[in-house]
Each structure stands twice: as C-alpha cells, then as structure tokens.
Design a binder for this molecule. Structure first.
Ligand code: SF4
Length: 333
C-alpha cells in the first residue's frame, strides 16, 4: 500500500488578500490554473502507476480552496469524486483560509468526501495577522476550527514563526492557542522571504529582519515538544525543498534538514533536564528508540559535541521499549 498523498496545487486563486509573505506561484512551482481534466488525468496516472487502491488522500493544496469561485471548486471536487467512490483513494484533503469556512461550505465538502481540512492560521496574534495582511482575525481561526471539528472533519492547523511583528512570546502563545483548539495535525513554517512579496520589499529596505536559523530551531523545538506532549502530530516543519522556492528565495529560514535540527534540539533539551540528576557522572549511555538515535546524536553529531563541551561524554544506543522523546540514562561505571 502506498501512503503519499496525491497533491494537486490550486495556485493563488480566490484569495481576497495578498499576505505579506505569500507568492503561491513560487511555493507550488505552478502557475497554470488546475482544471478538472488535470485532476482526472493525475488521479488516473496515480492508479496506473501503482496498479492497486492507494491508501492515501487526494490533496488540494496551495491556495484558498473554499474561497475560489464556487462552480470551479465543485468542478474540481466532481473530478475527484468517482475515484474516491470506487475506493482508489480514502478521501480528499484541502487547505484554506479561516474566514472561508462556514456551515454551507462544510456541507458541500462533506458531499464530496472531504475528510481533512487544514487552515492557514499562521498566528493567533491580532497585530501579527494585521501587519502581515492576513485579512482574518484570531476569532475567525477559533470559530472555523470548532465548526470543522463539530462536523466531524479532521482538523489541521498551519502556523508560522518569524513573521513581521512576531516575537518569541507571540509565537509560543500561538502554539498554546493551537493546542487549545485540539487539531489532529499541525504544520509549522518559519518565514521564508520570497521574491515578489511585500516582505521582500520590506527586507530590502531594512524594514523586516528575518528570523535566524538558530532562533527558528529554538522556537520550533519548543513548539514541537508542546504539541507532542498534547498528542498533536506535527506533520511538517519548514517548507519542502523543490518547487520553485530556491529560485524565489531572498532570505529567511530554509534548511533541507530543518525538521531534524528541531527534533535534535528537543532531544538535547530532554537530556539536559535528565542530566541534572547525574551531576557526578560524566560518562553516560543514553538509550532512545532505535529509529531516533541520529536525532539524539544531533545533526552532524552536534548534540554529542555540545555535551562534550559541557563535560559529558555520551554514547547513544537503541532500546526497543522506548517511544519517541523518551530516554533513559545509564552510568558507564
Ligand atoms: S491566503 Fe494563503 S494563498 Fe492567499 S495570499 Fe494568503 S497565504 Fe497566499
């Protein structure tokens, strides 16, 4: 069974606003409007390539799906519907704006087997939302999230770090607000300044200072741990490489191993807390879930090196009985 979603990009259509950071053409790598024929062709090809039902969803990403003209939105859903009804895909997943959700739209989405809805929340701070020209309020995020959950959809929330006017406190508060909305999944994106955006103009004039990689890793690792502790899955950290991001990149945090850097920072934090009980022992074996060994060790061994600088020598080993972010310490003596 294959698991990767079939992603169909609906670039920059239907957005009543132009967010400070957004250049959808750059992010999706696509400029042409998606047609129902494109949907049919892509899904048919996916079936032919795999020759079996796919344990996956059809994902309409990239724009503000429920804000595009209604007839057009339905024509795309009509094209995917037969594939789902024949059992080739599990359902449809869409991403949209918080102010483009209401009862009527959700009832339409239900008819077309939409199972998961992701909202671009980005921040719950009113000032950050306004400065970045989001065109929706914190209240829109709260209302849309609860409506989506009350109608039985899976809820995904996307947030950003390092936006214009953002601070560490505001970002962490957004994380806490998101936890209280109980989404099933979260995506976290540090701000990337792209050519052709308002942020890019402000950056060039010195009016916007992008977040550093170090600060983004620090904040995202804190968020990651809080979401994990509250049983919320973080399904993406940082923009995917590929598409046209490299071509449009101006500044900001865009690192191919960003997720791994954040996960390693979480492990380092947890280990440092545990080390407080091992003040006298400096030579230690650290046990983690086997698949997490490289994250504990750190990108290019950075966690081991940092601990060495603090006087600890660690050897990381796998233990099948441990789960993610769980670790045990043993003195070597
Ligand atoms: S709502 Fe989404 S797609 Fe539209 S401009 Fe803002 S970020 Fe881009």
């Amino acid at each position: 069974m294959k698991h990767a979603n079939i992603s169909l990009f609906v670039p920059h259509m239907g957005c009543p606003h132009q967010c400070s950071f957004c250049n959808q053409k750059t992010i999706s790598g696509s400029v042409k409007a998606l047609t129902p024929e494109d949907v049919t062709e892509t899904l048919q090809k996916a079936i032919q390539d795999n020759n079996e039902p796919l344990n996956t969803e059809v994902a309409f990403f990239g724009g503000s799906f429920t804000a595009i003209p209604r007839d057009y939105m339905i024509s795309l859903l009509e094209a995917s519907k037969p594939f789902i009804e024949k059992g080739f895909f599990n359902g449809v997943r869409i991403s949209t704006r918080p102010d483009a959700i209401d009862d009527e739209i959700l009832d339409i989405l239900k008819q077309y087997h939409v199972k998961s809805i992701e909202l671009g929340a980005q921040s719950t701070d009113e000032e950050v939302l306004t400065l970045n020209k989001r065109g929706h309020t914190r209240e829109d995020i709260i209302k849309a999230s609860s409506l989506i959950k009350s109608k039985g959809f899976s809820l995904g929330l996307q947030m950003m770090t390092g936006l214009l006017g953002d601070t560490d406190e505001k970002t962490l508060k957004t994380g806490e607000d998101i936890i209280s909305l109980k989404p099933d999944t979260v995506r976290i994106y540090p701000t990337v300044v792209l050519e052709g955006t308002e942020l890019s103009e402000k950056y060039k004039k010195g009016e916007f200072v992008p977040q550093t990689l170090e600060n983004a890793v620090y904040l995202c690792s804190k968020l990651l741990r809080r979401f994990h502790d509250n049983n919320i899955r973080v399904i993406r950290l940082g923009l995917h490489s590929g598409g046209n991001v490299e071509d449009g990149f101006v500044a900001g945090v865009y690192h191919p191993a960003f997720g791994e850097l954040c996960e390693s920072a979480v492990y380092l934090d947890i280990l440092k807390e545990k080390l407080k009980g091992y003040a006298d022992e400096k030579d230690l074996i650290v046990l983690v879930k086997p698949s997490e060994i490289s994250k504990m060790t750190g990108h290019k061994g950075c966690n081991k090196q940092q601990l060495l600088n603090e006087g600890y020598s660690i050897t990381v080993k796998g233990d099948d009985g441990l789960s993610k972010y769980e670790l045990k310490l043993k003195g070597r003596k």
